[in-house]
Design a protein around this ligand. Structure first.
Ligand SMILES: [Zn+2]
Ligand SMILES: [Zn+2]
Length: 367
């Protein structure tokens, strides 16, 4: 048990959200030192994910001021007494948080953790405390709040990585890229020769395209309304693309596949696409919804709909696998990334919203 008098604080700089839609303002805050099971990480870089942006745009007064960010990468600065798997100086990528105790965590399925919502969206530790309380701000977003010079994480959401690779490149692996690639490789276990359509070729969708190519899916059909993203999808492994602003998705997919696709990944969050995603499946096909919806009430016989969280990935196993593929040239996710200085965070968000940047990564401190 940590008494308030035992708690040391670290001065940090963090991007604070105090208003719906932003802007995020960089402020000086006080962050508590790590508890026995926690790790203080100096954040070198952080990706910006769609979930950060949609939280920002949906922020309510009752949420109060918060620090977002959940694709951090950095260097371990200090560890709590019970921490065994990382040490000061280690390079780490941060991912989503899970409790480690519930039935799903014990069975190796932390994405289905009983406390997933509380630990990733609760802006507090599971006991309700908050390490930024002295500043009147809440953190712990996805067990990190990485839009900051320092973040508190635990062993459960840290992945140790090689010091040979730049942390600023590795940052986005912890959420968006893991989700897209994990859906193809873990959740759906797409096999060689299977047909797949990907609705939405942003960072998550393009990670899915690259993973589909790795497993030998064919055809791989990318669907989007932004020509630059579709062009990149073709370069990264899509065999066909459909610009749904100009072309009818259903008839194009029938032309390409004859009967319908084996798999659809729905990542647009556009409700008109939900039904279409099912209609273009072949009679035994599966649609994976990646935006939190679980699918429509009725499904034609034989077809399946899944709601996927974080690509069913166990970060400590899956992120090293993605890094191995990256080093072999098979998962060139660095092509999605544009870098921004930390104080350009609002520009980075604006560019991501406009679609001119696929994956913004903030440079927060020097390696
Ligand atoms: Zn759990
Ligand atoms: Zn995310």
């Amino acid at each position: 048990m940590v008494r308030p008098s035992d708690t040391h604080v670290n001065k940090i700089r963090a991007a604070v959200l105090r208003k719906r839609g932003g802007p995020l303002k960089i402020e000086s805050l006080e962050l508590e030192s790590p508890r026995d099971d926690e790790v203080l990480v100096r954040i070198v870089a952080s990706g910006i994910c769609h979930t950060d942006i949609s939280f920002c745009d949906g922020w309510e007064k009752t949420d109060g001021p918060v620090v977002l960010g959940h694709e951090g990468a950095g260097i371990v600065e200090q560890i709590g007494k019970m921490v065994r798997n990382v040490k000061r100086g280690d390079h780490v990528v941060l991912s989503y948080q899970s409790c480690g105790h519930c039935r799903q965590c014990r069975r190796g399925h932390p994405t289905d953790c009983d406390h997933f919502y509380a630990m990733n969206f609760g802006f507090a530790r599971l006991d309700g405390s908050n390490a930024l309380q002295q500043s009147g701000v809440r953190g712990h977003f996805f067990g990190q709040s990485s839009f900051a010079t320092y973040a508190l994480a635990t062993e459960r959401n840290l992945v140790k990585v090689s010091k040979k690779l730049p942390l600023e490149v590795l940052a986005p692996l912890g959420c968006g890229l893991q989700t897209g690639a994990g859906t193809v490789m873990n959740s759906l276990k797409v096999s060689k020769g299977a047909s797949i359509a990907i609705f939405g070729t942003g960072a998550v969708g393009l990670a899915a395209v690259m993973a589909a190519r790795v497993v030998g899916a064919d055809p791989i059909i990318g669907v989007d309304i932004i020509p630059m993203r579709l062009k990149l999808a073709l370069e990264l492994g899509a065999t066909h693309t459909i610009n749904s602003r100009h072309d009818d998705i259903a008839s194009r997919i029938t032309d390409i596949t004859g009967r319908g696709v084996d798999y659809v990944l729905e990542i647009t969050g556009n409700s008109k696409m939900y039904r279409l995603a099912i209609d273009i499946l072949n009679p035994q096909g599966t649609v994976a919804f990646l935006t939190g919806i679980s699918g429509p009430d009725s499904l034609p016989e034989g077809r399946k709909a899944l709601s996927i969280i974080q690509g069913d990935a166990v970060p400590q196993r899956f992120i090293p696998k993605l890094i191995t593929l990256y080093r072999a040239g098979q998962f060139p996710f660095d092509r999605l990334v544009n870098f921004y200085d930390f104080n350009k965070i609002n520009q980075a968000v604006a560019d991501a919203k406009r679609g001119t940047t696929i994956k913004p990564v903030l440079r927060i401190s020097e390696t």
